[in-house]
Design a protein around this ligand. Structure first.
Ligand SMILES: [Zn+2]
Length: 394
């Protein structure tokens, strides 16, 4: 039955609670681009996710540590996540996205790279060597280094360092990669324990293991069981799990479902990198609790707007004299105070406020949708909400 694995809950962190399912907006470099943290709070953001790779390169995790950790540094009093940097490091230059369409999946090849791109990262059994996208300087991440960086950044929820594969890798490569990710996970737990014991002046950080295994059921299930069995020298294990890796849109629910079957019910499950309305329903229905995605803000800066009737582009000329809000039913600040004509004008004039107003609206749209999904599970009308929402949106 669809929705059978859907669940609600509360995630408790040193910086506050997250009611799940929850959408976690992305502030890659410790800022949701163009929007104040206070505004993110007002639109219902419960937590923010920043990126360890970007903050390591700039300003440097030592500086965030000296500032008192990510939350203090960026003036966001609520819970924070950092991802391990693995995805950014390993997808550097190759030009692949997390959710792939069928058309982009062709021949199996272990050195896949998008046309016109140059690979900037090299994986070995101990870690990854990569070149900075900022200045080409050479760097190395290992599981231990990723843990040290994420402890200095100080987010409430951090992720184990994993190897990212694509759907184009061969089955043999997926198997060896999964083994490597498992060994890295063991090292992450041990280093996390060591750092937690050493840094008693900082609040506890929860460590999530990352499940890879691409589109293979046996590998995904094996990855879940493997991560669950890891116990560090001090007796601790993972506090939760992230479902990682590239996914074909049509397999998203199936893959999340396999993981939910295997993982313990009392630990949270984060799905990395989704925000499209149909993906959100599918993920929740199959047992995911939290999701992050950069898309609502990224597309907003390119004038793409989410509404209950679908996505449209505010840049086109038919909005020049449209003096209505983006969505007259929306409760966001942008829709309460501004017209489509004005926002259209801001984009045409290349004014910064255009990005701010559209990001506020798109983030509010996504957060509200997941809040509605949460209410629908408690109220027992998940299937109806899914049917109505998706029929209108698509
Ligand atoms: Zn709005």
């Amino acid at each position: 039955m669809p929705g059978a694995r859907g669940r609600t809950g509360v995630l408790r962190t040193p910086h506050g609670e997250i009611r799940t399912p929850a959408f976690i907006p992305v502030g890659t470099k410790a800022t949701v681009k163009a929007v104040l943290p206070e505004t993110m709070k007002e639109i219902g953001g419960q937590a923010l996710l920043a990126n360890a790779y970007h903050l390591y390169l700039q300003p440097g995790s030592d500086i965030v540590d000296e500032a008192g950790g990510l939350s203090t540094f960026m003036n966001w009093p609520g819970p924070t996540f950092t991802d391990s940097g693995g995805f950014q490091v390993m997808s550097l230059g190759v030009g692949f996205k997390k959710v792939l369409s069928m058309e982009s999946v062709g021949v199996r090849n272990d050195d896949v790279i998008a046309k016109g791109k140059e690979r900037l990262a090299k994986v070995d059994d101990d870690g990854v060597t990569f070149k900075s996208h900022l200045d080409g300087s050479k760097h190395r991440f290992t599981p231990e280094i990723s843990m040290q960086i994420q402890h200095r950044l100080g987010a409430d929820i951090i992720f184990a360092f994993d190897e990212l594969t694509t759907l184009l890798n061969t089955r043999e490569y997926q198997e060896s990669s999964l083994q490597r990710t498992h060994e890295w996970a063991v090292r992450c737990v041990a280093e996390h324990e060591r750092l937690t014991a050493e840094r008693t002046h900082r609040p506890y950080q929860a460590l999530f293991g990352v499940i890879q295994g691409a589109q293979y059921e046996d590998l995904r299930r094996q990855a879940c069981r493997g991560l669950e069995s890891i116990v560090g020298p001090g007796g601790s294990g993972f506090d939760g799990y992230g479902i990682g890796g590239a996914l074909e849109k049509q397999n998203l629910g199936t893959i999340v479902g396999w993981c939910s079957d295997e993982l313990p019910d009392h630990k949270p499950r984060h799905l990395l990198g989704i925000s499209e309305p149909d993906d959100l329903f599918t993920a929740v229905a199959n047992g995911a609790d939290t999701f992050d995605c950069v898309n609502p803000s990224r597309v907003a800066r390119n004038a793409a707007i989410y509404t209950p009737d679908g996505r449209f582009n505010i840049n086109v000329s038919r909005f020049r004299r449209d003096f209505t809000p983006i969505d007259d039913k929306c409760d966001c600040y942008t829709c309460a105070h501004y017209t489509r004509a004005y926002i259209h004008h801001l984009f045409k004039a290349k004014e910064m406020l255009a990005s701010t107003l559209c990001t506020i609206h798109n983030e509010r749209f996504t957060i509200r949708l997941v809040d509605q999904i949460r209410d629908s599970i408690d109220g027992g009308y998940f299937d109806e909400l899914e049917r109505e929402t998706l029929a209108r949106f698509y």
